[in-house]
Design a protein around this ligand. Sequence first.
Ligand SMILES: [Zn+2]
Length: 424
Amino acid sequence: MIDIKSQHNLKFGQQNKCQICGNIKLKPIINLGLQPPCDSLIQLKKKDFFNELYFPLNFVWCSKCILGQIDYVVDPKLLFYPEYPYRSGITSTLAKNLISTAEKIYKVHQYDLSKYALDIGSNDGTLLKGFYEKGMKVIGVEPTNISNIANKNSIFTINNFFSYNLAKKISKKYGKASIVTGANVFAHIANLWDLIKGVKELLNHNGIFVTESHYLLDILKTTQYDSIYHEHLKYYSLKSIIILLKKYRLKVFHAERISNYGGSIRVYVTSLDNKNIKINKSILNLLNLEKKYGLYELETFKNFAKKIIKTKKDLNQLLLELFLKNKTIYGVGAPGRASTLLNYCSISKLFLPYILEQSNCLKLNMLIPGCHIPIIDEKTILKKQPDYLLLLSWHYWKPILKNIRSKGIKSKVILPLPKVKIIN
Ligand SMILES: [Zn+2]
């Protein structure tokens, strides 16, 4: 019998069993090929083209615990390096969502404001700002240099990887938390045992843990294969989260779907021994929905794969047609998912010479890994009114389109997913 610690703290490299339940009969769904880590952007000055690393990106599914997952774990030190160029605070839609999280959680469950709130993978502190504004003490834990930005903005942040050991140190020094949050860490962290044990260590008896993950149902429903990349090891259904946490004597008492990242699931968790908190009917409702959608059937995943292949063909065909007509096409937005899409669809600089980003984006003047398309300041080029814009942050297409039009840009807009579509 394998103990839970070695089962959930994954070794780097190829995986041959389910990351949650250990099932060895994982179903292959879609192989996105060898890809570079999506946020390992290339800095032109450093000329680091030749050191580019590629790893398998193969999406598989466990029919026992209903977990989507990739079967290769890249060393997190390569993925979340000190200069990691992602800031949650600069996408204004996302920032607004993150800050209001504290209030939204409070409406579902009135956590104790006199204790502190801790956020795992706290990035630039945008989410914690919401708790801070409610008058709470806050602690962030963030492994990249983005923690400096948080600390400058009075959001106390420890620059480290979250672990059970770190949690023990924090609880010794600062006592117990009434709320621990971790947006997206559940999918990212290879040491799940460390994460969950650490969370349990920090919470007081009535404490709650709230975590958000990209939701498997939304990924399938809107063909978001571009959200599959090495940073995302797991793609959760509610059922898989319940099965996982039960192994640690934790219960999910409330679950809701939220719009973050094109469809996420937020779950509220407390100790199985906490009799003060009852399980809400949202749990049963969502489990029923998953079953009704076909999330527990292999057929649904096979259809997902077929749709992915079709969108790739459609997009390639469209770009080729426009290229032959001498139309100019620029990409818009360089989220991590842009790398998966561009590399899987083999889109090169020939078809898409530039990707435009906002002036405050940390990825400016870098190249997307793999396809090496440069990311440039939108100001320098938008005035030229390219014929077409390919939206790579297509999951936020409405506000982005509004923004583009407000700047007087009349270019036609291409959405690459869920279906390839041109908007005039
Ligand atoms: Zn499993």
